[in-house]
Write a protein that binds this ligand. Structure first.
Ligand code: KG4
Ligand code: ZN
Length: 334
C-alpha cells in the first residue's frame, strides 16, 4: 500500500501543511502566507511569524484532512521541516508534528527545507533521475549542486555573500517597492528595459556567486542619478543577476558533462529566469532544464512531504528529540 504522508512547513513566513499519497498524489495542501502581516515592517519579524504559525496550524490541518477525506489515523508518517529557518517558527511546526506523532504513534520524519525545494521538481517530473545538477536559489541560499544519487548532493558553487532572493529583497527595499522584493522587481522589470550596465561579479571566475557588489552599485546609481526610470533599473538589475545564475549553471553542466538541470527555490518563480532557461534549452541541444510549477517554487508543504517520502522509503525516521536547526546546511541532508 502506498504511504500517506502528512507534512508541515513553518520555517519562515508561510504556514503550510499537505497530505501526499505515494510519490506524487497530492490529496490536499494549504499555504497561509503572512506577507500582509510582515510587509508593513519591510521584512519578516521572527516573533510574529512564530505566533502566526501557532494561530494557523490547527485550522489548516483540520481543513487538509477534511479535503483529503481521510482520518488522522490513516497517515503513515508525519514529515516536518526542522531547518534551516527561523528558530521560533521552526519550533512551532516541529512541536506540532511531535505532538501528532506521539498521539497517533506514527513515525516522525525531519526534513531539510533545502532538500524540500529540490524535491518539489519530482512532483512535476516523477521520472527525474540522478545524476543531475541543481540551481538552488531562495531567500537564504544560492548554490549549484551535483546530485550523484537521491540523497547525496555535492556543492559545486555557492554565494560568498548575499543569496539571490536576498539581493532581490534588499534592492526592492532600496527602491521602496516593499516586501517580498522578488515578485515586485519581477513585475516592474516586465515594464522596463535592461539599459543600465550593472556589474556581474565573478561572472567569468569559478563557480561561486557574489551579489553584494551588484546591490551596492545599484545603490550608488540611484543616489548619483535622479533621472532614471525605475522599471529600467529593475530590469537591468534582474538581468545582471539572473544572467549570472544561468551562465554559471550552464558552465558547470558543460564542465561536468551533466545534462539534466533542476532549478529550485523561490527565485525559480522569476519570469525572466524561466524565459531565459527556455532559450538555453533551445540553444543547447541535449540539455534538459526543469523548474517546478509556480506554486511549488516558494515555500509549501507538498515539497516537504515529497522529500519526506524519500526518507520514509529508506526508514530514516527521527525520534521525539529532533531539534530545530536554524542553520542546517546541505551536508546534513539525510
Ligand atoms: O524559497 P523561498 O520561498 O523561501 C526561502 O526558503 O528562502 O524564497 C523566497 C525568496 C524571496 O527572497 C523572494 O523575494 C524570492 O524568493 N522570490 C522571487 C520571486 N518570487 C519569490 N525572486 C525573483 N522573482 C520572483 N518572481
Ligand atoms: Zn524556502
Amino acid at each position: 500500500m502506498e504511504p500517506i504522508i502528512f507534512s508541515i512547513e513553518t520555517s519562515c513566513d508561510e504556514t503550510a501543511v499537505a497530505i501526499l499519497k505515494g510519490k506524487n498524489e497530492v490529496l490536499s495542501h494549504y499555504v497561509v502566507s503572512q506577507i500582509d502581516t510582515h510587509k508593513i515592517f519591510g521584512g519578516v519579524v521572527p516573533e510574529i511569524a512564530a505566533r502566526k504559525h501557532l494561530n494557523y496550524l490547527n485550522n489548516i490541518t483540520e481543513k487538509a484532512f477534511e479535503e483529503a477525506k481521510i482520518k488522522l489515523e490513516d497517515i503513515s508518517a508525519i514529515a516536518v521541516t526542522y531547518g534551516p529557518g527561523l528558530v521560533g517558527a521552526l519550533l512551532i511546526g516541529l512541536n506540532f508534528a511531535k505532538g501528532l506523532a506521539l498521539n497517533l504513534n506514527k513515525p516522525l520524519i525531519g526534513v531539510n527545507h533545502l532538500y524540500g525545494h529540490i524535491y518539489a521538481n519530482f512532483l512535476a517530473f516523477p521520472d527525474l533521475k540522478p545524476p543531475f545538477l541543481v540551481l538552488l536559489v531562495s531567500g537564504g541560499h544560492t548554490m549549484i549542486l551535483h546530485a550523484k544519487d537521491y540523497l547525496h548532493f555535492e556543492i559545486i558553487g555557492q554565494t560568498i555573500d548575499d543569496a539571490a532572493g536576498e539581493a532581490f529583497d534588499k534592492v526592492a527595499r532600496m527602491l521602496d517597492l516593499g516586501y517580498p522584493g522578488g515578485p515586485k522587481i519581477d513585475e516592474l522589470a516586465q515594464k522596463g528595459k535592461p539599459i543600465y550596465d550593472f556589474p556581474k561579479p565573478l561572472y567569468h571566475k569559478g563557480y561561486d556567486f557574489s551579489f553584494s557588489g551588484l546591490k551596492t552599485s545599484l545603490l550608488y546609481f540611484t543616489k548619483k542619478n535622479d533621472n532614471y526610470k525605475i522599471e529600467n533599473v529593475a530590469a537591468s538589475f534582474q538581468k545582471a543577476l539572473i544572467d549570472t545564475l544561468i551562465h554559471k549553471t550552464i558552465k558547470v553542466s558543460k564542465d561536468l558533462n551533466v545534462k539534466d538541470i533542476i532549478i529550485a527555490g523561490g527565485v525559480a518563480a522569476n519570469s525572466y529566469l524561466r524565459k531565459k532557461i527556455n532559450e538555453e534549452k533551445i540553444k543547447n541541444k541535449g540539455l534538459n532544464i526543469y523548474f517546478p510549477p509556480l506554486n511549488l517554487c516558494t515555500d509549501n508543504a507538498v515539497m516537504i512531504a515529497r522529500a519526506g517520502y524519500e526518507k520514509y522509503i529508506r526508514n530514516q525516521f527521527a525520534d521525539l528529540n529532533l531539534d530545530a536547526v536554524p542553520s542546517l546546511g546541505l551536508k546534513d541532508i539525510c
